[in-house]
Design a protein around this ligand. Sequence first.
Ligand SMILES: *[C@@H]1O[C@H](CO)[C@@H](O)[C@H](O)[C@H]1NC(C)=O
Ligand SMILES: *[C@@H]1O[C@H](CO)[C@@H](O)[C@H](O)[C@H]1NC(C)=O
Ligand SMILES: *[C@@H]1O[C@H](CO)[C@@H](O)[C@H](O)[C@H]1NC(C)=O
Ligand SMILES: *[C@@H]1O[C@H](CO)[C@@H](O)[C@H](O)[C@H]1NC(C)=O
Ligand SMILES: *[C@@H]1O[C@H](CO)[C@@H](O)[C@H](O)[C@H]1NC(C)=O
Ligand SMILES: *[C@@H]1O[C@H](CO)[C@@H](O)[C@H](O)[C@H]1NC(C)=O
Ligand SMILES: *[C@@H]1O[C@H](CO)[C@@H](O)[C@H](O)[C@H]1NC(C)=O
Ligand SMILES: *[C@@H]1O[C@H](CO)[C@@H](O)[C@H](O)[C@H]1NC(C)=O
Ligand SMILES: *[C@@H]1O[C@H](CO)[C@@H](O)[C@H](O)[C@H]1NC(C)=O
Ligand SMILES: *[C@@H]1O[C@H](CO)[C@@H](O)[C@H](O)[C@H]1NC(C)=O
Length: 637
Amino acid sequence: MGSLRKKVRFWASALLLLLLFLLQIDSRSLVGATNIPLGSTLSPSNASSWSSPTGTFSFGFVSDPQSPSLYLAAITYSGGIIVWSAGGSGSGNASVDSAASLQLRDDGNLRLVNGSGTLVWESGTASKGASAAALLDSGDFVLKNSTAVVWDTYDNPTDTILQSQSFTFGQVLRSGVYSFSLTQSGNLTLTWNDSITYFNKGFNSTFTANKSLASPVLTLQANGIVSLSDASLSTAVVIAYSSDYGESDDIIRFMKLDSDGNLRTYTAFKDAAVAPQRWAAVADQCEVFGWCGNMGICSYNDTSPTCGCPSRNFDFVDPDDHRKGCKRRREIQDCPGNSTTVQLDHTRFLTYAPEISSEQFFVGIAACRLNCLSGGSCVASTALADGSGFCYLKVSNFVSGYQSTALPSTSFVKVCAPALPNSPSPPGELRSQSSNPRGWLVAVLVFGTVSGLMLFEWGLWRCFCRNGARYGPSSAQYALLDFGMVLLEIVSGRRNFDVSDDTGRKKFSVWAYEELEKGNIRSTMDKRLAEQDVDMEQLKRVVLVSFWCIQEQPSQRPPMGKVVQMLEGVLAVDKPPAPKAADGGLAAVTSITVSATSSPTQPSSTSSHSIASSSLVSKRNLDKPSSSLVLPDQSSS
Ligand SMILES: *[C@@H]1O[C@H](CO)[C@@H](O)[C@H](O)[C@H]1NC(C)=O
Ligand SMILES: *[C@@H]1O[C@H](CO)[C@@H](O)[C@H](O)[C@H]1NC(C)=O
Ligand SMILES: *[C@@H]1O[C@H](CO)[C@@H](O)[C@H](O)[C@H]1NC(C)=O
Ligand SMILES: *[C@@H]1O[C@H](CO)[C@@H](O)[C@H](O)[C@H]1NC(C)=O
Ligand SMILES: *[C@@H]1O[C@H](CO)[C@@H](O)[C@H](O)[C@H]1NC(C)=O
Ligand SMILES: *[C@@H]1O[C@H](CO)[C@@H](O)[C@H](O)[C@H]1NC(C)=O
Ligand SMILES: *[C@@H]1O[C@H](CO)[C@@H](O)[C@H](O)[C@H]1NC(C)=O
Ligand SMILES: *[C@@H]1O[C@H](CO)[C@@H](O)[C@H](O)[C@H]1NC(C)=O
Ligand SMILES: *[C@@H]1O[C@H](CO)[C@@H](O)[C@H](O)[C@H]1NC(C)=O
Ligand SMILES: *[C@@H]1O[C@H](CO)[C@@H](O)[C@H](O)[C@H]1NC(C)=O
């Protein structure tokens, strides 16, 4: 007995040791849950990573979302959401191969080295005296000496600001060609290519009315409120509320400059791979400069913003990625004949600071077009038509368009003649109308039945009359009986004689009547019809009429004219008596396929323009663009 207990104890401790050993091996890949010693190295090949104390965040190599065969050295939240990446700016220019390494060197410098040995990125902390590193549970990776933090990722953000992280005046978020920063006065600004500021929004607060801020700080609070604080403000000023503000269970919030040039807040749930959006700085994505590339026109389809080209004088730069913009099939300087303009209704070419000061003129629509056509450097123009009287003459080599039926503006794009405007509704937008089955169901049923009936009558006539046999009480009455059966069989797609399990082994007409009484009309219906969007009222009427027609007593059957009126819905249909279980029917019905036909309505083309009144602009004006442009309209004021 005692020896057995000893044996159990021995094996238990052996198992425990083995477990501890395995755990030891596992924890070796998470080098130092708290302090990461200098000299540590991470590599994509052994999938090693540094983890925050509770494991909420980890720092290691992850597959680059833009080119999955390459890697990014990134800090990720539990589900894999990237919140920082070494050398990253969303443009994927810091992705490395599987032989790369992230080195925390003995001199305190953090370096990302590609497989080939080239330095991709470094923290530049070689001489700062850092003695250790750590990844904190806030998602901040710090390089520190014995007393203070000498470098951290919070102070060197890429495209993301985590909750409670401070984003100060002077810092920049970058994503591809877009950047986000805070001005000295506390405005939030979004900029394209470090030149065009398409979003510049201040806050409105009595606190800040006449104050100049010292060093404004933008924060996404854990409760979802985006706020601005400054030493000169007594309280933080609210910039925006995330749609789920106030909720805070097991979530991490972050603010990100997305690759589409919009700044958004997101809520990431633990272990989730995607985070839902909670606020966007630019409510209208089409107002983001350059989102559709050069010469691209942003517009909305049913669901989302989408990119197109101004006219058929243009092609997509990359047919697979419409955001890359459009190019003229023939450059204006290479035009074989004269150049002309394409008119784009409800379209505006985005014009923000600093372009607006040099491209905005005070002229009407005809002059807006003609001045661009004759001005050598002008590529496009927009007559705002919003009451301001302004016209934008676009002379830059990058223009960005926005089209919406809500816009009053009219734009013109210079092209080689002839102008080929886009067709009013591109082929992809023509939607087949789901046609109402009411009309065609009746038409097809009546036509099909009558032809089937005629065929059948002809057959009967050949069989009986030619052989001299008598054809029952009255051929008209039989015809109606047949008509009723055919009608029922067409709707149901079954024969009356079909006896199957799903009709409870009853004759179909009997079973169908029972279903009708239970209100189960749909179950009597042909499965092919069920796939269509059938009007149940109409179907019920057809079924009821068919039951009237197959009445045992000929006197109960309605005349044909009344049947048609009932089918059309002109006459109300009463509830028919039940069919007899033993009554006959007919055997053969030619199958009639019912198909929905779409009838797209194509509006006639009306997009071409002609503004012939060149007399509106004097020849002298055409020759001397900017200053003289103002004259014609000023003379009237
Ligand atoms: C991962 O690979 C790197 C470089 O090859 C090496 O320095 C590091 O020690 C490895 N880590 C682990 C946990 O094996
Ligand atoms: C990536 O591009 C950004 C700007 O677009 C630049 O600041 C950064 O240095 C680049 N990174 C690398 C590793 O080239
Ligand atoms: C690293 O090397 C790979 C191939 O060896 C290359 O595709 C990648 O662009 C390089 N990354 C950088 C940032 O140079
Ligand atoms: C740690 O770094 C801080 C900031 O760089 C510096 O002021 C401090 O003197 C350093 N402490 C030590 C012990 O080197
Ligand atoms: C972005 O700006 C640089 C100079 O600042 C310019 O050379 C480049 O052409 C611009 N990019 C585009 C797409 O216009
Ligand atoms: C700040 O934004 C407001 C609009 O919200 C704008 O009127 C003002 O000119 C901006 N200030 C600066 C310095 O850009
Ligand atoms: C700023 O706020 C005050 C009161 O809060 C309001 O009266 C004023 O119209 C606002 N100004 C702007 C430009 O929104
Ligand atoms: C801001 O300045 C204007 C003029 O300089 C002054 O009329 C106004 O009272 C000031 N507002 C506040 C809140 O100090
Ligand atoms: C709207 O545009 C988006 C992006 O171009 C596309 O993915 C989507 O299918 C379009 N939707 C419709 C209804 O055309
Ligand atoms: C080009 O324009 C001029 C003046 O408007 C006109 O005389 C000439 O016929 C045009 N040429 C062509 C090929 O249309």
